[in-house]
Design a protein around this ligand. Structure first.
Ligand code: FPP
Length: 268
């Protein structure tokens, strides 16, 4: 992320969420409403991304995490899956100059090794090309599921622990030291993108109010905002509406407001 403060074209007064995570729902319904195939909704959903990402930069957002393809989406018809994979591939190629112009750094989260190799190749090429950019970080969740992410993190930890105690598996002191070392920060460091800060604001379009296996660990203290707008109809104005709703929230992280009494309870 940039250390300099860029001049924003359309700044929003007040605290802007640094990290916004979006579930881009409603593509299928948008297409069906117009008598089109579901894949037309995904195409339109990808087409509006450039404007949304540029608006996020304008508003001062530092990181945008978009749910593009869930681990569960493989259950969809082959035709739709093919269309989504083709779209991801063309998006990567077409957006490279836009990413470079806007200093966007691309990241992905999800099970990479289950993606078609040609799609992964274009993604990796874009990640490599944009790696030194210091503007907005665009993280795409592709073949992503939060339960899978936590499962994969646990597997990494088990591997580390078993190699640490390989020579003396009955060494209680070593086992206790490892137990001590495993805290929330350590678990976060085993997630798909250990550098990523937790999202401040979660947005879901399309009228449904659920998390759908998205960033379950990271969203613990995010503010949630739902809109009936179908993703292909999402505009910079809708994003602004979400940010303004966020600004009305009071984030307490389980504590108290600064105006509330800070006197600790002396009850038992
Ligand atoms: C959910 O809508 C959306 C998806 C499963 C895919 C999201 C993908 C895009 C916005 C475009 C692809 C992105 C890139 C970066 C190329 P849905 O199909 O479940 O809609 P419905 O609830 O109306 O059926």
């Amino acid at each position: 992320m940039s250390s300099s403060t860029p001049m924003l074209k359309s700044p929003i007064l007040g605290q802007v969420p640094a990290h916004v995570a979006i579930v881009m729902d409603g593509n299928g319904r948008w297409a069906q409403k117009q008598g089109l195939a579901r894949s037309a909704g995904h195409i339109q959903g990808a087409a509006i991304l450039e404007k949304v990402v540029e608006a996020a930069i304008d508003f001062g957002i530092k990181r945008l995490t978009l749910y593009c393809f869930s681990h569960e989406n493989w259950k969809r018809p082959k035709e739709e899956l093919d269309a989504l994979m083709a779209l991801l591939k063309s998006y990567m190629k077409e957006q490279r100059p836009v990413f470079m112009k806007n200093k966007i750094r691309l990241r992905i989260i999800g099970r990479r090794n289950e993606l078609p190799s040609d799609v992964l190749h274009e993604i990796d090429e874009t990640i490599r090309l944009t790696s030194a950019n210091d503007g907005l970080t665009l993280a795409l969740a592709i073949n992503y599921g939060a339960r899978q992410e936590i499962t994969d993190a646990v597997k990494k930890i088990v591997r580390e622990v078993s190699s640490a105690i390989q020579n003396d598996p009955n060494d209680q002191t070593k086992i206790e030291a490892l137990e001590q070392a495993i805290d929330e920060k350590y678990i976060s460091s085993k997630l798909y993108d250990p550098e990523a800060p937790d999202p401040d604001l979660f947005i879901r379009t399309g009228g449904e109010q659920r998390l759908s296996n998205y960033l379950l660990w990271q969203l613990s203290y995010a503010e949630l905002w739902f809109t009936n707008v179908l993703w292909p109809d999402f505009t910079p104005e809708t994003l602004k509406e979400g940010i303004l709703a966020y600004q009305k929230r009071q984030r307490r992280y389980g504590g108290l407001n600064s105006t509330d009494s800070q006197k600790p309870c002396d009850c038992k």
